[in-house]
Write a protein that binds this ligand. Sequence first.
Ligand code: FAD
Length: 348
Amino acid sequence: MNFHSLTIKDLYKETNDSVVISFDIPEHLKKDFTFSAGQYVTIRKTLNGEEVRRAYSIWKAPYEDEISILVKKIENGVFSTYANQELKKGDTLEVSTPQGNFKLMPSQGKPIVLFAAGSGITPIISIVKQQLKVNNNNKVVLFYVNKTMDDIIFKDELEQLQKENPDTLVVHHLLTREENKDHLFSGRINKQKCKEFVEKGVLDLKAGDYYMCGPEQMILEIKEFLLDHKVNSDSIHFELFTSSSENKASTDFVDHAFVTVILDDDEFEFEYNISEASSLLDAGNEHGFDLPYSCKGGVCCTCKAKVIEGSAKMIKNYALSEEEVAQGYVLTCQTHPTSERLVVSFDE
Ligand SMILES: Cc1cc2nc3c(=O)[nH]c(=O)nc-3n(C[C@H](O)[C@H](O)[C@H](O)COP(=O)(O)OP(=O)(O)OC[C@H]3O[C@@H](n4cnc5c(N)ncnc54)[C@H](O)[C@@H]3O)c2cc1C
């Protein structure tokens, strides 16, 4: 993973507790920072003597040719508090090149449906804009949940997009802490709400693709509802910012292993002791390697690597597809060896 030091060319408050940060990309790095709608960058920063890495989705669409992120302030959050309270225009940050599997898919002439909650709008609005740009005959329906009207991120931009695409874009705002005249658009999105949407004809179960970004519970309920209603799992795409699920340790993990890591065509070896390591990623980095990572929670795919020899298992995985897992890919932040000899490659 390549980090580049980028200068902040613009920074403004989008809502009371979120800040938009746009970066100046020098001409020679423009190619490195090309991205697909829905992807994210990782920010690396040392705060209070400790290096932190955090992922942030790019909310601009690829055609806008700009790297811009929105950071929502989380209570006691290390980086989001710093970004909202201290960062200013002209400061520099270490920013990775764009990454991630959550991307706009070719829609094959069919409508797309998107669900977002709070700051989960960032990758979703990028997908909405790109879709409207590349194929503005396809209907785009967005369900967006916020606590109150004042919390709606990119409210003006969404209104503008609706004005520009009156026949294509439909945005349904849902509020959880303010009365909405229409009961249908009050409260969170769960299975019951999805059922009501279908009954009222606002949720199309024959769309081409479904995209979601928001709390885990919302994503799980919508996904289950869609699967129960015969939507193909390949058409359901989601991005999680954080996961609350319990860790499930495997009894197959070995106590001790010899591990070889391949990174940037170099090979490194180390001995792995499960009692000392929280994951394969941490063990490698504690041995002095610079293995790539971002969320360390199994929700992004920055630390993805492929098992070349031996075997390993993940504790949780919200980022790799079944196909990738079958091919031997693992999220190393969630992985422990299940064989005494293990070779993993970050280059595959
Ligand atoms: C692929 C990806 C894309 C992301 N894109 C965005 C984005 O566009 N905008 C954005 O604001 N954030 C985004 N995030 C979340 C972001 O990476 C950080 O997790 C978040 O900003 C909190 O970091 P922090 O250092 O302030 O909090 P930390 O110090 O890491 O955490 C403080 C506490 O808050 C909890 N927490 C962490 N994240 C969240 C969350 N999102 N909601 C509720 N509680 C949380 C932690 O579990 C911890 O208890 C994304 C995450 C991923 C994996």
